[in-house]
Design a protein around this ligand. Structure first.
Ligand code: SF4
Length: 270
């Protein structure tokens, strides 16, 4: 990637930020303390160093994220606001099932999970603080849904769902662009990205407990990098569920210990 290429992208993103900031009085930057959010936060702070920063704390973020949040909040003196989930992840599992494995009678556990842990708490905080502009670090390359949304709405639009304006300044950036920006400005990053991930597993900040990406190696990633969280997830019912789905055998949660100890690990692949 040439320096000219990234300089053009930076100029386009910062021009947009400058332009939209002029239209609003109460902006906020959504920050997951991942690589994308750090870029947008760094850019917006060049124009508004006091800008509010919103961390959607699901209480299920990776330990590295909590550690990094603490360091950056202090170092950058952030004006930080945190959400709290309306219901816990384990409450959602109990009532609707795991994301990807909805309980009988419930259509979409993941939708309810995201509602209680993210959507409702974010809406509540946005209403309380009357923010009128919401910056995010979303990139169209991260999922098909984001690609679709990018095509439909562009990078600056009014969200009827959230009732405020949204701006995605790095919507067209690739992973390489993001890391290039980090390098140019020497932006600190979350140590989560130093963890080794299985091939095909897209390492992202967010809920460590999310079971949606398990077919891409999430369980193996947790086992190798966060064994205590891995064990907790399997023992809280995910182990029995995977066993049932893969081989049609049911075992009570307490009785999968032997299977958990076996190598190669039965749960790595789904
Ligand atoms: S990302 Fe997954 S675990 Fe987190 S709130 Fe959404 S469905 Fe739940």
């Amino acid at each position: 990637m040439s320096r000219k290429h990234i300089d053009l992208k930076i100029k386009s993103a910062t021009d947009l930020i400058k332009r939209v900031l002029a239209n609003h009085e109460n902006p906020v930057v959504a920050c997951s303390f991942g690589k994308n959010s750090m870029v947008v936060l760094h850019m917006v702070r060049q124009f508004n160093p006091e800008v509010c920063v919103l961390f959607n704390n699901t209480l299920m973020e990776y330990p590295d994220t909590y550690k990094f949040k603490k360091i950056i909040s202090r170092k950058w003196n952030l004006n930080l606001i945190e959400t709290r989930p309306l219901k816990t992840f384990w409450w959602v599992v109990e009532n609707y099932g795991f994301p990807l494995f909805s309980r009988k009678g419930h259509k979409d556990a993941s939708k309810n999970c995201c509602r209680y842990l993210k959507e409702y708490p974010i809406k509540k905080v946005l209403r309380q603080h009357k923010f009128d502009l919401y910056f995010t670090g979303l990139s169209r390359h991260e999922s098909r849904l984001r690609e679709f949304s990018a095509k439909k709405y562009g990078n600056y639009f009014y969200s009827r769902t959230f009732k405020h304006w949204k701006c995605h300044p790095i919507q067209d950036w690739t992973k390489e662009d993001i890391w290039a920006y980090h390098e140019i400005y020497n932006i600190p990053y979350n140590s989560l990205y130093d963890k080794k991930a299985p091939d095909g597993f897209d390492l992202r900040t967010g809920c460590w407990c999310c079971t949606i990406p398990i077919k891409y190696g999430k369980i193996e990633f947790l086992r190798k990098n966060y064994p205590h969280l891995w064990k907790l997830l399997l023992k809280k019912g995910l182990g029995s569920l995977i066993l049932e789905k893969k081989v049609g055998v049911s075992l009570p949660d307490g009785q999968i210990d032997d299977l958990i100890q076996n190598r190669p690990c039965f749960f790595d692949k789904y």
